[in-house]
Design a protein around this ligand. Structure first.
Ligand SMILES: [Zn+2]
Length: 213
């Protein structure tokens, strides 16, 4: 027969008053655990994306951030799918559909993790959602300049945001709208970092090791 010793480190969920032989998988709020190593990996991953943004601004391409460019290539898959999916809904939605899909896919990912109270998944999905605002900001800022290379060597007549803003009479506001989009993205990505830190501190508070000797 063996008795619980200090080396077995059972955990107590303070808020529920339960004792078990292993860490509670779900905290009092229903969120999945956010132990230190997981929080550290997430914050490191977010920092790798945020650092070049903070130091060099939102640039994609040969002179921009390699990480942002890599993410852009992933986002581009959903962007192009959006043009196809919104194709039946008229010219404006066909053009806008690419950018909409860039937001809808990560939003759906974030919501699915939120429903399951998966803290890490929700943080990653949310971060990806807001990163797309920056990805779109680069495109929107180019609406008048038309300097970005388009896929398949398409000409400037195929520039989504040139056509959209021109159609809405907002072309001269392209850089202002892009700045707003970048700001939403930057704030949202920062929120994801804060969320991870918050879940980590709650995890430490709710689930603490307890010696039974
Ligand atoms: Zn497009």
């Amino acid at each position: 027969m063996s008795f619980p010793g200090r080396w077995q480190r059972p955990f107590v969920d303070r808020t529920r008053g339960k004792t078990s032989g292993e860490a509670s998988t779900i905290g009092a709020t229903g969120w999945s655990p956010m132990p230190g190593p997981l929080a550290a990996v997430l914050i490191l991953g977010f920092a790798i994306i945020l650092w070049p943004l903070a130091t060099h601004g939102p640039h994609i391409g040969p002179e921009g951030s390699a990480v942002l460019s890599f993410l852009h290539d992933i986002n581009l898959v959903f962007h192009e799918a959006g043009h196809v999916l919104f194709g039946p809904f008229g010219r404006t939605l066909t053009i806008l559909g690419g950018s909409l899909m860039q937001l809808l896919v990560p939003l759906a990912v974030a919501i699915s993790f939120l429903k399951r109270r998966d803290a890490a998944g929700f943080a990653v999905g949310g971060f990806w959602f807001f990163e797309n605002f920056v990805d779109l900001g680069v495109y929107i800022a180019d609406a008048r300049a038309l300097a970005l290379p388009l896929i398949h060597n398409l000409g400037p007549e195929s520039h989504d945001w040139h056509n959209l803003l021109r159609g809405w009479g907002l072309l001269r506001w392209d850089t202002a709208i892009a700045t707003a989009s970048n700001a939403i993205g930057g704030l949202g990505m920062t929120w994801a970092v804060v969320f991870v830190v918050w879940r980590y501190t709650r995890y430490r508070k709710d689930v603490v090791p307890c010696r039974m000797d």
